[in-house]
Design a binder for this molecule. Structure first.
Ligand code: ATP
Length: 212
C-alpha cells in the first residue's frame, strides 16, 4: 500500500529544517507523497501575525522543486482552531485505502497530551516522530504508544501493510532551525539566507513580512 506523509505545522515561515525533515521521512518510509498542511489557527500557539494564505504561499514556493511534496490547504478552509484530529478524520474519509502517516518533530510529540483528542490519532493514521536538535536524546513515548512502536528499519514495510495504528521514531536530526529564530532575526534585519529557501526569503521581502 502507498504511504502518504501528513506534515502539519504553522510554517511561520517554512524553513530548511522542515524541508530536510520531510526529505528524511521520504527516504525512511518511501512515502509516495508528503502533504504539507499549514494550520489556519494553531491551537497551541499565539495567532500568527502573518496570514494563513501568506504562510501557505511560502510553503508552495519552498516545495515547488520537490516532486512528491504537496501543499494541502484543508485546514485553511475550516473555521476555528485547526485540530489535527479533524484533519485526519477528513483525510481518512478522502483516502480510505491508503496508509496515512502523521509526521511531527520530537518537541511536538512531547506536548502531544495537550492536543485535542490525541488518543484517537492512531485510529486514523500512523505516527512518525523525528528527532529535533533541542529535544532529549532519547524519546519518551506516551503510555498508549508503548506497544505500537516499530523500529525505523521496519517502518516502511510495516506502515505499508496497514492503514493506521503504528508509531516509529526517526533518530536523524534535521538542521537546528526554528521559525521563532527566523522571525526574530528578520525583525532585527539580520540575514537568514542559510535557514530557508531563497524563493521564500524573496517572498518575505516582497511582501514586507516579519518586519518589526
Ligand atoms: P516555532 O519556532 O514558531 O514554534 P517551528 O520551527 O517549530 O516553529 P512549526 O511549523 O511549528 O515550526 O513545525 C512543524 C513541525 O515541524 C513540528 O512538528 C516541529 O516539531 C517540526 N520541526 C520544525 N523544525 C524542525 C527542526 N529543525 N527539526 C526537527 N523538527 C522540526
Amino acid at each position: 500500500m502507498e504511504i502518504i506523509g501528513l506534515f502539519g505545522g504553522t510554517f511561520n515561515p517554512i524553513h530548511n529544517g522542515h524541508i530536510a525533515l520531510a526529505q528524511s521521512v521520504v527516504d525512511a518510509l518511501h512515502c509516495s507523497q508528503i502533504r504539507f498542511i499549514p494550520a489556519a489557527i494553531p491551537p497551541h500557539k499565539a495567532i500568527p501575525a502573518v496570514t494563513a494564505q501568506h504562510r501557505a504561499n511560502m510553503v508552495q514556493l519552498a516545495i515547488a522543486d520537490h516532486p512528491g511534496f504537496i501543499l494541502d490547504t484543508c485546514e485553511l478552509d475550516r473555521q476555528g482552531a485547526s485540530y489535527t484530529i479533524e484533519t485526519l478524520h477528513l483525510l481518512r474519509h478522502r483516502l480510505p485505502d491508503l496508509s496515512l502517516c502523521l509526521i511531527m518533530g520530537q518537541d511536538s510529540y512531547q506536548k502531544l497530551p495537550s492536543w485535542h483528542r490525541w488518543q484517537e490519532l492512531l485510529d486514523y493514521s500512523h505516527l512518525l516522530i523525528v528527532h529535533r536538535a533541542a529535544a532529549e536524546a532519547t524519546l519518551q513515548l506516551h503510555a498508549p504508544h508503548a506497544d505500537k512502536l516499530v523500529d525505523i528499519a521496519q517502518a516502511a514495510s510495516q506502515f505499508a501493510a496497514q492503514t493506521h495504528g503504528l508509531v516509529s521514531y526517526l533518530p536523524l536530526t534535521p538542521p537546528d532551525v526554528s521559525s521563532t529564530h527566523i522571525r526574530a532575526a528578520l525583525g532585527q534585519g539580520d540575514t537568514v539566507i542559510e535557514a530557508m529557501p531563497e524563493k521564500v526569503l524573496y517572498y518575505i521581502k516582497e511582501n514586507h513580512l516579519y518586519q518589526s
